[in-house]
Design a protein around this ligand. Structure first.
Ligand SMILES: *[C@@H]1O[C@H](CO)[C@@H](O)[C@H](O)[C@H]1NC(C)=O
Ligand SMILES: *[C@@H]1O[C@H](CO)[C@@H](O)[C@H](O)[C@H]1NC(C)=O
Length: 165
């Protein structure tokens, strides 16, 4: 028995050391439904879902707008694509902090500074792909082109809403 307890303690410490957080017990993201009603454009190919519902939610998580900044506030990357990578990674770090993954996201908003549909679509596609769930599902979403974000160096900001069962 003492051995078992010790092993368990070691396992928990190891999990903590690797930064791994296990989702809340009973976490089954399957309570999220992704619906593209036939009365609307099928958005799946565009990387989002028209209607998302969540049942049996115990905890709702609002993730503030993430940007391409490190923990010291330094801007990482100079191109939209580089900043998109860091920004999606930061959203995932925020999810991890509460034991959630992309499978828990129900909604995202993507803000792009000086958005140009002629050149920025590939980055938008990369961002939506980054939030694809393990069953090929996508959250509901908005893309918003803005004049500027809070600093001129920042080119993209993403916020998200996630639910935990
Ligand atoms: C993926 O689909 C399977 C089968 O419908 C389901 O059991 C599982 O919970 C789903 N996974 C996620 C993350 O939604
Ligand atoms: C929407 O498009 C996706 C991807 O092409 C497809 O798998 C899915 O069956 C379509 N859904 C509907 C409701 O037509």
């Amino acid at each position: 028995m003492a051995h078992l307890v010790l092993l368990l303690a070691v396992a928990i410490c190891a999990a903590r050391a690797t930064g791994e957080i296990t989702p809340a017990e009973g976490a089954a993201p399957a309570d999220i439904e992704y619906i593209n009603p036939p009365s609307l454009l099928n958005a799946t190919e565009l990387g989002y879902t028209q209607v998302v519902t969540a049942a049996n939610v115990k905890k709702t998580v609002w993730i503030s707008g993430q940007t391409s900044q490190d923990t010291g506030g330094n801007v990482v990357g100079t191109t939209l694509e580089e900043q998109a990578d860091t920004t999606t990674a930061n959203v995932k770090k925020a999810l991890e902090a509460v034991g959630a993954t992309v499978d828990n996201i129900v909604h995202i908003q993507v803000f792009i500074a000086n958005y140009n549909p002629d050149t920025d679509i590939p980055t938008v596609a990369k961002v939506t792909k980054a939030f694809e769930g393990s069953n090929g599902t996508f959250p509901s979403a908005e893309l918003i082109g803005v004049q500027s974000l809070f600093s001129r160096e920042l080119l993209i900001e993403i916020n998200a809403v996630a639910v935990l069962p």
